[in-house]
Design a protein around this ligand. Structure first.
Ligand code: PLP
Length: 508
């Protein structure tokens, strides 16, 4: 009787043919299998899609209704729309022919971890809200810190520790806020307008955004020139001069963001020497290794973060090149109290015995939002289901493929390598006829557009010393040698067409 009434109520609430109930384990099983099948089929056929979506802005509004349906629709109807309307507007980041920006890895282990995180769906802002979430995050980030051979100061056993942020932008923001409040506690809150931040002009715009949010005077976010003479790395002498100059002028240097693997060209700043400058001037030293940090789990690439022992904080995006589905940006600090002092709040409704007794880490005090997902599950599963040796092999293979691509470019006299390759990014361009830079920039811009409009490959661009530069980053999990070779073929073919239009075809 009771069951019939419950069934009746459900029908009233969700309709007779309602399809999905808010939570029903058997429905989840059935539909979850269908969804996994859909995604597995997607990966199997991913090469059939144009890598870069070819739709025009606003395309979707024409295809979808103006308002949400009153009555439930079936999962099949949604799948049909996904195929017909959504997938054409998707750029396929997991395609083996995706070489743009930096990779954003998915993997079977990362995907399963993401599923698990969605399934448990906890909100782990304080230890008490899910002790395992906090404790697993601490343990897994200690594992990863050890893999990267970070100094013990970054481990959770001492005063430091790791935390998973959504993105590198959030990572640099929270440490900038920690550094800002640390210095303001000494010099007084009214000195905010005198605080100065440094980075090279190759530093990701995330630093500028952090300054905007942190109330740093725009003129005091100083991006020092880094050009080809230093391989686009920040010169410690330049930093030292800028710091002295600013101190003389009554300003207060307080934060440096150095790079290991810049976005444009994977430049690596000399951490050890920069660290000497920051140490002698009481400047917080943050290292942004969002992309290249992953490579440093291989002993032969670890030297790129030599000098990290001088840093106050270090960040890498496991969601870029470490097989962990987006989002999972890992930040380590030496002094977790600095973060907590800048970011903690303690409202009465969150009070609990463990927090009050100061026995636990409450990650809400290490980040901007209160709520947080159980993201460490993804990283834990990636580390466990692949193991360190496979992860190293994965990175090495991409670097090998990038090296092969670099050699192909170098063999074609119509092209040049614009910046030295360190990891799996190759920066190159079609050479300008008669060294006409303006023309070259247009030519390479055209080349990028024509290559990407084929849908066979997706590469991106940057500017290095005023040169419009093409970027090919190997790093998608499905990419093999044949994809890299095919990408080069498309680039060569399109270059030949463009050059012949200008009556200047050379060797191909
Ligand atoms: N730092 C570097 C070196 C990057 O390459 C990027 C993005 O590609 C970022 C920071 C910003 O990344 P996020 O999207 O995680 O904020």
């Amino acid at each position: 009787m009771g069951d019939i009434r419950r069934l009746h109520n459900e029908r009233v609430i969700y309709g007779k043919e309602s399809g999905l109930r808010p939570m029903d384990a058997e429905q989840l099983r059935e539909n979850g299998h269908k969804m996994v099948d859909f995604i597995a089929d997607y990966y199997k056929s991913i090469e059939n899609f144009p890598v870069l979506s070819q739709v025009e802005p606003g395309y979707l509004r024409e295809l979808l209704p103006d308002s949400a349906p009153n009555q439930p629709e079936s999962l099949q109807q949604v799948f049909d729309d996904l195929q017909a309307k959504i997938l054409p507007g998707v750029t396929h980041w997991q395609s083996p022919n995706f070489f743009a920006y930096y990779p954003s890895n998915s993997s079977t282990a990362g995907f399963l971890g993401e599923m698990l995180s969605a399934g448990l769906n906890i909100v782990g802002f304080s230890w008490i809200t899910s002790p395992a979430a906090t404790e697993l995050e601490m343990i897994v980030l200690d594992w990863l810190a050890k893999l990267l051979n970070l100094p013990d100061d970054f481990l959770s056993a001492g005063n430091g520790g790791g935390v998973i942020q959504g993105t590198a932008s959030e990572a640099v923001l929270v440490v900038l806020l920690a550094a800002r409040d640390r210095v303001l506690r000494t010099v007084g809150k009214t000195a905010l307008e005198k605080l100065v931040v440094y980075g090279s002009d190759q530093t990701h715009s995330a630093l500028q955004k952090a300054c905007q949010i942190g109330g740093i005077h725009p003129e005091n976010c100083k991006l020092l020139k880094a050009d080809s003479s230093t391989g686009y790395a920040l010169s410690p002498d330049l930093l030292s001069e800028a710091v002295s100059h600013d101190i003389t002028n009554g300003l207060i240097p307080f934060f440096l963001c150095a790079n290991v693997g810049t976005t444009s060209s994977t430049a690596v700043d000399p951490l050890l020497e920069l660290g000497k400058v920051t140490k002698s001037n009481g400047i917080w030293f943050h290292v942004d290794a969002a992309y290249a940090g992953s490579a440093c789990v291989c002993p032969e690439y670890r030297h790129y973060i030599d000098g990290v022992e001088e840093a106050d904080s270090f960040n890498m995006n496991a969601h870029k090149w470490f097989l962990t589905n987006f989002d999972c940006s890992v930040l380590w600090v030496k002094d977790r109290n600095a973060l907590v002092q800048a970011l903690s709040t303690n409202p009465v409704f969150l009070k609990n015995k463990a927090s009050d007794a100061n026995m636990v880490v409450d990650y809400k005090d290490w980040q901007v939002p209160l709520g947080r997902r159980f993201r460490s599950l993804k990283l834990w599963m990636v580390l466990r289901l692949y193991g360190v040796e496979n992860l190293q092999r994965y990175i090495r293979n991409h670097i090998k493929l990038a090296k092969q691509f670099e050699e192909l470019v170098a063999q074609d006299p119509r092209f040049e390598i614009v910046a030295p390759r360190k990891f799996a990014l190759v920066c190159f361009r079609l050479l300008p006829p008669h060294r006409n830079e303006d023309f070259s920039n247009k030519l390479n811009h055209n080349l990028l557009d024509t290559v990407n409009s084929t849908g066979k490959v997706y590469i991106s661009h940057t500017a290095l010393s005023g040169k419009y530069t093409l970027r090919l980053a190997v790093g998608a999990p499905l990419t093999e040698e044949r994809h890299v070779n095919a990408a080069w073929k498309v680039i060569q073919e399109k270059a030949s067409v463009l050059l012949s239009e200008f009556g200047m075809n050379g060797v191909s």
